[in-house]
Write a protein that binds this ligand. Structure first.
Ligand code: HEC
Ligand code: HEC
Length: 326
């Protein structure tokens, strides 16, 4: 944060410098200096001024987002909560927060020590780094209250109230209060483990300018309380399964695919394919990673996580993906 504010001040100083040069050029006696110098220095001044404006805005929305207060909350940590939390974490979080292998890529395996620089992996490392956090009590979460951890998942801000670069784009803001608490219960229950690399966000000034320009608009705040739809093999509950199963995080809020963006390559609409399949064939595909045409899902489609879903959850997901899009 301090670094970005210093760059902002530096660019602001350059705005004044080039503004002054523009003024000098325009007042010069020679006509060519007036025109070439005035236009040249004037343009540079405008570009720098735009950077100050956008970078300043990006810094404001990231570091000073006027975040909701963390709820006053103590999670009981019952065996039921821990089991539910373990299930939820195994379906989604572990894909990004699992331990990294020697090459720095996520293994999808426990422990939840993180350390994956997802900004670099996804090709937007020019904005800074976004490294998945250690979610075990051996990491920074040990210093979070249950309410602060709840706020991370519901609103995507860290303990100090700073917007999280990547979590903000994931659908966990829509998890029910009960499931959010179950995840907290589970994370508190695992063995502490340490992470070898520095974790968390380090946005640079380019990232601040892009954020301020609205190219990567920060998400809004989550609702104060959320109740899940009644559990069952229904399209409505299936949409909720697609939320905690992370499908919507990649395939878009309605699971109709997303176009390529700075944050992600294009992701297909899975509905046409799923609509052609029986529920049995859908189960088979999601559990084997092999599509009916015999091709396997590439690494970019984390079917291994979905393969861990219960029959009822997969059936609900099938109902959702074959129902009309609302
Ligand atoms: C697609 C990858 C991805 C998934 C899936 C994911 N996270 Fe994250 N998470 C990140 C990244 C990257 C960070 C680092 C901060 C940032 O850029 O958002 C992070 C940071 C965090 C933090 C640290 C917040 C802080 O205060 O610094 C917590 C807690 C967290 N994630 C919990 C979870 C939980 C729980 C799940 C599953 C419900 C989950 N994450 C799923 C990528 C992911
Ligand atoms: C990390 C991002 C990510 C997540 C999470 C994810 N997917 Fe995918 N999915 C992809 C990508 C990328 C492809 C395209 C793979 C390819 O090129 O064949 C894909 C392909 C698919 C396809 C095949 C579509 C077709 O026509 O070939 C289906 C079905 C699908 N996903 C369903 C799901 C479901 C259900 C979930 C949740 C349990 C899910 N996906 C979670 C990224 C993701």
């Amino acid at each position: 944060m301090i670094g970005n504010i210093l760059v902002l001040i530096l660019v602001l100083a350059l705005v004044f410098l080039f503004g002054w040069l523009t003024y000098r050029a325009v007042r010069a006696r020679k006509l060519w200096v007036k025109i070439a110098g005035g236009v040249g220095a004037g343009l540079v001044t405008l570009i720098l001024a735009a950077m100050v404006f956008l970078g300043g805005k990006g810094i404001a929305v990231t570091y000073f987002p006027d975040e909701p207060t963390a709820p006053d909350l103590t999670v009981a940590g019952t065996p039921d909560q821990i089991a539910r939390g373990e299930y939820l974490v195994s379906l989604s979080c572990v894909g990004c927060h699992g331990a990294v292998d020697a090459s720095g890529n996520p293994s999808g395996e426990l422990p939840l020590t993180g350390g994956w620089n997802i900004a670099e992996a996804e090709g937007f490392g020019f904005m800074g780094s976004m490294v998945t956090e250690n979610l075990t009590p051996g990491g920074k979460l040990a210093g979070y209250s249950d309410g602060e951890l709840f706020r991370v998942l519901r609103h995507s801000v860290d303990q100090a109230g700073v917007k999280l670069g990547f979590m903000d784009f994931l659908p966990y803001k829509e998890l029910s209060d009960a499931d959010t608490e179950a995840i907290i219960a589970y994370l508190r229950s695992v063995e502490p483990a340490e992470t070898a690399v520095a974790t968390g966000d380090k946005m640079n000034f380019v990232g601040a300018v892009l954020t301020g320009s609205g190219m990567l608009p920060p998400g809004g705040w989550g609702a104060e309380t959320i109740t899940a739809p009644p559990e069952g093999v229904t399209a409505e509950y299936g949409q909720y399964v697609a939320t905690f199963g992370e499908c919507r995080g990649c395939h878009g809020p309605d699971m109709t695919g997303v176009a390529e963006s700075a944050m992600s390559p294009a992701i297909p609409n899975p509905r046409p394919l799923v609509n052609e399949l029986s529920q049995e064939e859908f189960f088979e595909m999601m559990r084997s990673g092999v599509k009916p045409d015999g091709t396997t899902f590439p690494d970019t489609m984390p079917w291994q996580n979905a393969a861990k879903m219960t029959d009822d959850d997969l059936a609900a997901l099938y109902a959702y993906l074959t129902a009309p899009v609302k």
